[in-house]
Structure formats: C-alpha cells, structure tokens
Design a protein around this ligand. Structure first.
Ligand SMILES: Cc1cc2nc3c(=O)[nH]c(=O)nc-3n(C[C@H](O)[C@H](O)[C@H](O)COP(=O)(O)OP(=O)(O)OC[C@H]3O[C@@H](n4cnc5c(N)ncnc54)[C@H](O)[C@@H]3O)c2cc1C
Length: 469
C-alpha cells in the first residue's frame, strides 16, 4: 500500500528479520497503549532481500565456546544471561509459528552435532562443556568419543569425537515474510512498505515539524519525514552511523543447497551438523521430506576451504548442487550486537524538534544490528526489544504472548547490547585481530584433515559426515 503521506512517526531502513521484529513489537506496544503511530519501511531490494533471505536457517550458538569468551569480558553471571537470551530464540520463534500456524516457516528444535577432527579440539570442547554446565545447568550435552561418534553417526576415521546439544532450524525468508504478511493485514492503516527504495541520506534540518528527513532520491529530492529512524540494515548500518565505523563491518558468507546422495543417513530433519576446522566451522541442516523424498541439505560455509576442500567438494559423491548463493553478515569488534538509541555523536545528527512538541516520544535514531553470523539467535528478540524502547515502554510489565518474553524489558534483555558511549569507545577490531593472533600462537589453528590423507579419498570414498555418502 502506498503511504498516504511522506510523514510518519517511524522509518525503518531495511526489511529483514530485524525490521519485521521492530515493527511487530512497536505496533503491538501502540495497540496495548492505544497510542497509534505509523511506520514506513524503506527497503533497497525486494522485501526481505538481504541476509534474512540468504542465510542457512541454522538457529545455533556454541554455548560452551561463547561462555568461555563472554565470561572473560562480562563475568559468569552475565555470560550465562546472554546465552540464555540467545537460546530462548528457539522457544519464542517456535511458539510464534505454532500459535499462527506458520508451518511453512519449518521452525523446529533439532539436536545439533559438532564433529572434531583432532583430539585436542575434542578435549578442549569437552572441558568447556564442564564449565558452562556449572553456570547453565539446564544445558544438556552428550559427549562422544571417536569410536562412539563413528558408531552413532556413521562418520569416518577423521572424526575424533563429537558433542550433541540443542539448536533449531527455520526457513528464515518464509518466517520473515509471514510476519510482514500478518502485520500488513492487522495494521493496514499504520504500516507501509516501500521496496526498491534506497535511502541515500538521513538529515536533521532545523525548523521542521518532524525531527528527521530521510532522502531516497537526490535528483528529485524525494524525502520522508519522521521522528524516529531505525537502522535495521545490519551489515550496512554504518552507512548512516559513521560513529560505528571500525566497530561494525560486513563480511561475506556463502550457502549452498544440495540434493543428498543415496547413502545419506536420514536424520528425519531433526538433526544438524557442524564440522570444526580449528579456526572455523561449516554447518549443515536438512529441510523436511516432501512426499517421502528426502529434504534438501543446506550447507553453510564450505566455500572458503583451499583447493580440493571448498566449493569443489560440493556436488560430489552423488549429490546434486541445486543452488549456491552469498550474502553479507555483520561483525562487531566485541562480538555483541548494537541495540538501542544512538547518541547524536555516533550519527553526526541532532534531532532538531524540541521535546515540548513530543512529550511522550523523544525523537531519535536507533540501531539493531551486528549479529556476528548468529542473527537467527539474536535478531528477533533484539528487534522486539528495540520496538519496546522506541515506544518508551521498557518498564511496562508485559503479559505473556507467543513470540516474546513476558515482564519488563530489563528482566530479559541484556543491557550489554546497548550502544553506550563507553562500550562504543572500547569496541575495536584490534581485539579480534589479537585473539586470532594468540590462537595462532597457541597452535589452535589446525589444518583441516590433519591425518594428512588425501582429501579426495577422505571425502569421496569414506565420508566424514553421513551427508557426503
Ligand atoms: C550467507 C549467510 C548465511 C548465514 N547463515 C546464518 C545461519 O545459518 N544462522 C544464523 O543465525 N545467521 C546466519 N546468517 C546471518 C543472518 O542472516 C543475519 O544476521 C540476519 O539475517 C540479519 O537480519 P537483518 O534483518 O538485521 O539484516 P538483513 O536481512 O540483511 O536486512 C537488512 C536490509 O537492509 C537493506 N538496506 C541496506 N541499506 C539500505 C539502504 N540504504 N536503503 C534501504 N534499504 C537498505 C538491505 O537491502 C537488507 O534487505 C547468515 C548470513 C549470511 C549472509
């Protein structure tokens, strides 16, 4: 629907899962408080045309790894709270899909299995599991020795052990578009989406009734005016937030979709898999079967390996590569997302409207971005939190509804994600560089397939994973 006016309370730049969550939450808060405001969504490409339609659908974090990193910077208690927040995405998104009957989103809980290719990596992961379970006792793990892993998962001799725990899988494009579809029906007078509309600039001119002008066409000076600008552009967020340059950046990712070979060990689409290569890992999930035909396997990563180990292995062993694609994810210097109000020092713009004109709604710019490749375990609830913040209803004790936690915001949202001045000043990519350097020094960077066997035989004759049969 065409917006009736170019003036609105809120403009969301981007239309991925973050933007959908912000709109869902903000309009829900408007409904609850009976204070109605409109939103215009401006999207460069097709609806949900960014990373939210290009990702592998794996709702997975590696809790023991994450805990080990987060406890150093935030302490055990906060590390546990952040991990619980991330893991709660599986429950919240599943309950929303169940409540709405969005079966097409294929949202489900799975058992995820990590395969280790060295004894050292297995032992290191097992030790970290012991620690995380002390602080998050509800986390259930099963450890497998090399022999047990071979027996249980039919993997080859290169696998030196495995770990299984909880994760989820979703069809992210369908989930996001289901949300937009519901919102457009429910709030048809308050939500307007303009696709193929690239935002070129955001300015805060003085003497206007609205705080910001969002310019989408410089030649014709086509602008929209609003009191709130939400930057839901993930990897592209620094375009209009110069203060976050060097703190948030984009990195490419790749995914392929494959029809599994005959020897594929059926998982009934209730498992997912990751192979660890020392400094990185690849993952695979399987879509549900249709009419008795096995679901396609989505393989995340796999392109970055060297000759004979990367893209060239896709499609081997009776597998058929159906599609390959890429997209841009966002990395932050401290590996946490930025969620909250942006200080004018970060945007270079100060909203000109006096607070007298908007006693209940202090105008401003907001960000919800930087998920470090784990967007499906962050974007939904971060977006929900941001919608509540923009509506200035953080302290309201919310009732339980499908898709978001109950209670006031502080009871479930990690304040570590706020883009505070102190955090932004400290955040730098030098930390990541340093971490990688120390990992190299401590020989944690291992060559894939350390047995030194020819890769061709390891992949083609004797599959590492059941999926390469
Ligand atoms: C290849 C790949 C695989 C991934 N796999 C996984 C996975 O398995 N599990 C997981 O948890 N995460 C994964 N991710 C990360 C996940 O997809 C993202 O974290 C998540 O989708 C981010 O959602 P978003 O809505 O914030 O951003 P996006 O979906 O990227 O939306 C941002 C939107 O902003 C629009 N935009 C940008 N600039 C402008 C502008 N100037 N004007 C108008 N519009 C603009 C873009 O067109 C885009 O549509 C993967 C990412 C990629 C790229």
């Amino acid at each position: 629907m065409v917006p009736p006016s170019n003036r609105t309370e809120m403009i969301i730049i981007g239309s991925g899962i973050t933007a959908a969550a912000v709109a869902w939450s903000y309009l829900e808060e408007c409904r609850r408080s009976n204070a109605w405001h409109s939103i215009i969504v401006l999207e460069s490409r097709d609806l949900c045309g960014g990373a939210s339609s290009r990702n592998g659908g794996h709702m997975k974090i590696i809790p023991h790894e994450q805990f080990s990193e987060l406890r150093r910077s935030h302490g055990e208690e906060r590390a546990a709270a952040i991990i619980r927040f991330q893991l709660s995405h599986i429950k919240r998104m599943m309950e929303l899909c169940d409540a709405r009957g969005w079966d097409m989103a294929e949202c489900r809980k799975v058992v995820t299995v990590d395969y280790f290719l060295t004894d050292e990596e297995r032992e290191e992961a097992f030790a970290k599991v012991e620690i995380v379970q002390k602080y998050i006792p509800e986390l259930e793990y099963t450890k497998f020795s090399a022999q047990e892993a071979r027996k249980k998962f039919h993997v080859n001799k290169h696998v030196k052990g495995a770990l299984s725990y909880v994760a989820g899988v979703i069809h992210p494009y369908r989930f996001t578009t289901c949300v937009w579809d519901e919102l457009l029906r429910k709030y048809k007078y308050y939500l307007f989406i303009k696709t193929h509309t690239t935002v070129l600039n955001v300015v805060a001119p003085k003497g206007r009734p609205y705080a910001f002008q969002v310019i989408v066409d410089q030649i014709e000076s086509r602008t929209f005016e609003c009191n709130h600008v939400v930057h839901a552009t993930n990897a592209f967020a620094t375009q209009f937030v110069p203060g976050l340059r060097g703190k948030l950046t984009g990195i490419p990712g790749t995914v392929s979709m494959m029809k599994p070979g005959k020897l594929f060990n059926e998982s009934d689409h209730m498992e997912s898999w990751s192979i660890f290569y020392g400094h990185a890992h690849d993952y695979a999930v399987q879509r549900p079967a249709v009419d008795g035909v096995q679901g396609d396997v989505i393989l995340g990563g796999g392109f970055s390996r060297s000759e004979g180990q990367g893209a060239s292995m896709l499609g081997a062993g009776g597998w058929e590569t159906l599609m390959q694609w890429s997209g841009i994810m966002a990395l932050t210097g401290d590996k946490l997302p930025f969620v909250g109000r942006l200080h004018p020092d970060l945007t270079g713009r100060r909203p000109a409207v006096s607070e007298m004109m908007h006693p209940n709604h202090r105008p401003g710019e907001w960000i919800c971005a930087g998920y470090n490749g784990d967007g499906l375990m962050l974007a939904w609830l971060c977006g929900i939190a941001l919608g509540i913040m923009v509506a200035e209803r953080e302290h309201v004790d919310r009732p339980k509804i499908a898709g978001r936690p109950e209670g006031p915001l502080r009871s479930w949202f990690p304040p570590e994600f706020l883009p505070t001045g102190k955090r932004v000043r400290k955040t730098t990519f030098k930390n990541l560089g340093r971490r990688f350097f120390w990992a190299l020094l401590s020989k944690r960077y291992v060559e894939p397939y350390p047995d030194n066997d020819s890769l061709d035989s390891s992949i083609y004759d004797e599959p590492i994973l059941p999926m390469f049969g």
